[in-house]
Write a protein that binds this ligand. Structure first.
Ligand SMILES: Nc1ccn([C@@H]2O[C@H](COP(=O)(O)OP(=O)(O)OP(=O)(O)O)[C@@H](O)[C@H]2O)c(=O)n1
Ligand SMILES: C[C@](O)(CO)[C@H](O)COP(=O)(O)O
Length: 224
């Protein structure tokens, strides 16, 4: 089995959630979103270490129920998600496999994690969970619509897995060149890296807005 380090970017402010605290600290069934996410990785046998990127001003991360877990470490993140991930990569050494997973995706299943971990990766490749588009896809530009061939459209999720050295170089280069990148695969593509798409589930959605939190709470209630 591949042994993998995980970086969890959790240094965002959650502006689209518009809540009193950053969304990773909102509660679902009395457990924070971050702790739900940590639980998935801390329980998984393929995971070596879990590195959580938090804001320099964070006063809540160390209240985690896993704060003393031997696999868990915190580091200070950056202004953008990519800066947080890069800081996490800089705190690791070697070229082992590393995964990046949003703190705000607490509904990842261990079965999907197994599928990703089992994906063989060359040094300049990546593997990500992604969801094929199900609905008709339409582009709206300058008031005109155009229907796009949905068979080629995949919605990127996390985790996203790479060899550490390749991802470090790809993210550094994308940040230095001022490219606006929202995930690791975008940076890898800019370096010519091939990305394996591992088919995911809509349940692994990201909690972004208040309606996502409602759905996540309903799904967790159904589980318990
Ligand atoms: N500087 C940043 C910005 C985001 N993230 C993290 O990246 C993940 C995905 O980002 P997103 O959903 O955009 O979170 P926020 O930036 O917090 O939300 P928003 O864009 O609504 O402000 C989240 O777990 C978030 O905490 C991070 O670690 N460092
Ligand atoms: C990485 C990501 O979750 C993939 O869907 C996403 O791109 C994160 O940030 P966003 O600002 O919500 O696009």
């Amino acid at each position: 089995m591949n042994l993998v380090d995980v970086i969890i970017p959790a240094a965002g402010v959650g502006s689209r959630m518009n809540a009193e605290v950053a969304k990773q600290y909102l509660s679902i069934n009395s457990v924070t979103v971050l702790d739900h996410t940590l639980n998935i990785f801390l329980e998984h046998p393929a995971i070596k270490r879990v590195l959580v990127g938090i804001s320099a001003k964070d006063e809540l991360a160390r209240k985690s129920r896993y704060v003393n877990h031997p696999k868990l470490q915190f580091f200070v993140g950056g202004n953008e998600r990519a800066d947080t991930v890069l800081a996490g990569l800089a705190s690791l050494s070697g070229d082992d496999l590393v995964m990046v997973h949003d703190a705000a995706r607490p509904l990842l299943s261990s079965v999907l994690l197994d599928s990703l971990v089992a994906t063989p990766l060359a040094k300049n490749e990546g593997a990500i969970l992604a969801l094929p588009a199900r609905d008709t896809v339409r582009k709206l530009e300058a008031g005109r619509t155009q229907t796009i061939d949905r068979s080629q459209i995949w919605l990127a999720q996390t985790p996203q897995m790479f060899h550490r050295g390749f991802l470090y170089n790809a993210l550094s280069s994308a940040i230095d060149s001022g490219e606006a990148i929202t995930d690791e695969a975008s940076a890898a593509e800019l370096m010519g890296g091939a990305i394996h798409m591992v088919e995911s589930s809509p349940i692994n959605f990201k909690i972004t807005t208040p309606s996502d939190l409602v759905m996540a709470r309903a799904l967790f209630s159904q589980r318990s």
